[in-house]
Design a protein around this ligand. Structure first.
Ligand SMILES: *Cc1c(COP(=O)(O)O)cnc(C)c1O
Ligand code: SF4
Length: 338
């Protein structure tokens, strides 16, 4: 993962507000601690290497000042706990370096192909399973996608294109429009899916042009958001979700990661589902943590995870209980744990 660099794909006239939020995001651990009213030499503080602190202000403003265990803060604050290693932890826990069809294109599952549309994100989540992914090998501009898109267009076995990353909504609207227009010319592709955290972390990213792009695609667009805690879902996020849903062909789903100290209680998980529903988002997946180096302190055991999800099932209607899944290398689908 890299910090956003200046590149032609990211320069656009219509996107100043959210781009400004990316530009002014907090990029140091000291700055983040200061922003939430904690001493910069707090005992949690750790030097970071290749995956620096990166937290945009709309997300930081939802943290509780002075609380070192705030569930949003802990998702983005590098801590000394990241130095812990453990059995099974590695830089490429999903063996993704083996499933690349070509650079920037991953296919693990039948019918669905995943495009790493960009390597950058609008936030650096400390538990990210792609935090060591070799993004620099992926194409940097739409022109560089030609070969990959031609290959997808020629594959009759595909029915869904997934734009992922990084965060595909880091592309400016003009580039995204071009990419979506290309997918639209492929008759066998029945659905477009976008894996993004941007509407949660910078709700201003949902611009009128973005909504229009989805609307013009015509076929179903599935936007899979990523929120782990109900405190992430404020009034601005609600407005962004309303705008997305106004396209009519957009379905909103959520994926969360089960994280120790952040959402590993039945109260929090139930509150998350309830709040998602109020925003018109259905819970899709609750992921077991992938064992990526630096994330060990976030791991919740699978036994505890199963317990939590059965308690959710007892408290909620079935459609508000996410599938608890784990990604095991070499399987033909995600493994459902409960
Ligand atoms: C998770 C994932 C998908 C999507 O899987 P679904 O079960 O359809 O949500 C597709 N491709 C890759 C590489 C994935 O990791
Ligand atoms: S938004 Fe997703 S891809 Fe980006 S750092 Fe967070 S978990 Fe990783």
């Amino acid at each position: 993962m890299q910090i956003l660099a200046t590149s032609p794909a990211f320069v656009g006239p219509t996107s100043t507000t959210w781009r400004e939020q990316v530009r002014t995001a907090i990029r140091s651990t000291e700055g983040l601690l200061k922003a939430v009213g904690l001493p910069p030499n707090h005992e949690l503080y750790a030097e970071v290497g290749e995956f620096p602190t990166f937290a945009p202000l709309p997300f930081v403003q939802r943290m509780e000042p002075g609380n070192p265990t705030d569930p949003l803060l802990l998702q983005v604050l590098p801590t000394r706990w990241e130095q812990q290693t453990g059995e099974g932890y590695s830089n490429d826990p999903l063996h993704e370096s083996n499933v690349g069809r070509s650079k920037g294109v991953l296919q693990k599952y039948s019918g669905r192909v995943l495009l790493i549309a960009t390597g950058v994100c609008a936030i650096h989540c400390r538990y990210c399973f792609r935090r060591h992914f070799p993004y620099s090998a992926a194409p940097k501009s739409i022109d560089e996608w030609s070969a990959e898109l031609a290959q997808i267009a020629d594959d009759p076995a595909l029915s869904e294109v997934i734009l992922s990353g990084g965060d595909p909504l880091m592309l400016v609207d003009e580039s995204l429009r071009e990419l979506v227009a290309r997918v639209r010319t492929m008759p066998q592709i029945r659905r477009l899916r976008i894996h993004t955290r941007l509407p949660i972390v910078i709700p201003q990213r949902v611009t009128p042009l973005l909504v229009e792009t989805f609307l013009q695609y015509g076929k179903p667009v599935v936007v899979v958001l990523h929120s782990n805690h109900p405190q992430e879902l404020d009034a601005e996020v609600l407005e962004a979700c309303r705008q997305l849903r106004s396209a009519g062909n957009v379905t909103l789903l959520n994926q969360a990661v089960l994280l120790r100290g952040i959402n590993d209680s039945v109260e929090t998980l139930v509150a998350l589902s309830q709040r998602l529903m109020e925003f018109g988002i259905l819970p899709y997946y609750l992921h077991q943590l992938d064992r990526v180096n630096g994330s060990r302190h976030f791991e919740v055991s699978v036994d505890r995870g199963r317990e939590l999800v059965s308690e959710m099932r007892a408290a909620l209607p079935g459609y508000l209980v996410p599938r608890y899944v784990q990604e095991l290398p070499g399987e033909n689908a995600k493994t459902v744990l409960l």
